[in-house]
Ligand binder design. Structure first.
Ligand SMILES: Nc1ncnc2c1ncn2[C@@H]1O[C@H](COP(=O)(O)OP(=O)(O)OP(=O)(O)O)[C@@H](O)[C@H]1O
Ligand SMILES: [Mg+2]
Length: 318
């Protein structure tokens, strides 16, 4: 509804992980390069860990685009709540491998044959699992077994596991040490610095069609406020910006002033946050974004960042 007022062609701050809007900081570029390097050099397992809303799924989607451009075969599992037998069903279905039998050994034989054929044809096969923090020990053990599918020199299947910090904590458990030893590269996503938050907002507006030489949509002070309340977490930045655009449209205000952002932050209880949700309570799904629980999770994430920022020397804080 605000698009005409702000002369935009699209909504700039959608909360879906659209790779067209990918904003590359030095850290994100390095992370993406590490993921690509891990796959190209057939390292076996590569992990991607980061707090809620810091861009893991967005990055994974970008990686998938790149893999498809390079004719790789991919299987992407975004629903990680599954048992072992569902896991194999999903992997085979995603790779498009036909198997009449539902027995695990038959499925593994089929998968192995198919991977060997792909390898001989010079193709790379990649299994990507998002929300890996929800994987059970049983499924993680199956994943470890998949890394045994190899030639004398190379892994046949490259695996990317992406998840929230609880996933990394889980990997440190003694019962997962064999899997842990097989992880060759560990990548991370994190919050944006203040300067990056400014550029992120401007970049998304530009992609959504904002004129380069028109009057600014957000005043620099409003962008400062966005960073202050979001702590640089892109999903929270999007939430603040989207609602600020709506409210500013109602008030017919351009450039948007910090007061609008402050009001939105207050409305979403981003101004005073206490750790309320347990890490196990952190979930991600489309319906969550508008729910009470989502707001509560944002509070949890932001308070975690606040705690970690306070434990850093002041000069490292941005
Ligand atoms: N580098 C980025 N460039 C552009 N948009 C981004 C970037 N990182 C995150 N976003 C935006 O922030 C929102 C959250 O990102 P995303 O869903 O990728 O986070 P996540 O780390 O997967 O979160 P969760 O742990 O909840 O699954 C999305 O709307 C996405 O568009
Ligand atoms: Mg995600």
């Amino acid at each position: 509804m605000y698009k005409r007022f702000f002369e935009l062609k699209a909504n700039p701050f959608n909360v879906n992980p659209d790779p067209r809007y990918l904003f590359l900081t030095k850290q994100i570029e390095e992370t993406l390069s590490s993921l690509m390097y891990g796959i190209q050099t057939r390292k076996g397992i590569v992990t991607l860990a980061g707090e809620v809303g810091t861009g893991k799924t967005t990055l994974v989607n970008r990686l998938l685009d790149w893999l498809h451009q390079n004719a790789a075969k991919t299987a992407f599992l975004f629903n990680s709540r599954m048992n072992s037998s569902q896991f194999f069903d999903f992997v085979l279905a995603e790779f498009g491998i036909r198997c009449e039998s539902s027995s695990k050994s038959q499925q593994l034989i089929k998968l192995n044959q198919w991977l060997v054929e792909r390898f001989r044809a010079g193709e790379t096969c990649v299994l990507i699992i998002d929300e890996a923090q929800n994987l059970t020990f049983a499924v993680l053990e199956e994943i470890r077994m998949l890394t045994n599918l190899e030639t004398y020199t190379e892994k046949l299947l490259q695996i990317v596991l992406s998840g929230q910090p609880e996933f990394e904590e889980k990997l440190n458990l003694p019962q997962l040490r064999q899997l842990r030893q097989r992880i060759m590269i560990r990548c991370k996503t994190g919050p944006l610095t203040k300067e990056e938050t400014h550029s992120y907002v401007l970049e998304r507006l530009k992609i959504a069609g904002a004129a380069a030489n028109g009057p600014p949509i957000f005043s620099p002070a409003a962008r400062d406020a966005i960073h202050l309340y979001s702590l640089g977490v892109p999903r929270v930045v999007n939430l603040l910006c989207e609602h600020a655009l709506i409210n500013a449209y109602v008030e017919q205000q351009r450039p948007i002033q910090p007061k609008i952002v402050e009001d939105v932050a207050r409305e979403f209880r981003l101004d005073v946050v206490e750790p309320t949700a347990t890490p196990e309570g952190l979930r991600t799904s489309a319906e969550l974004y508008n729910s009470e629980a989502f707001i509560q999770n944002l509070g949890e994430v932001l308070s975690r960042f606040r705690i970690s920022q306070h434990s850093q020397p002041a000069r490292e804080r941005k």
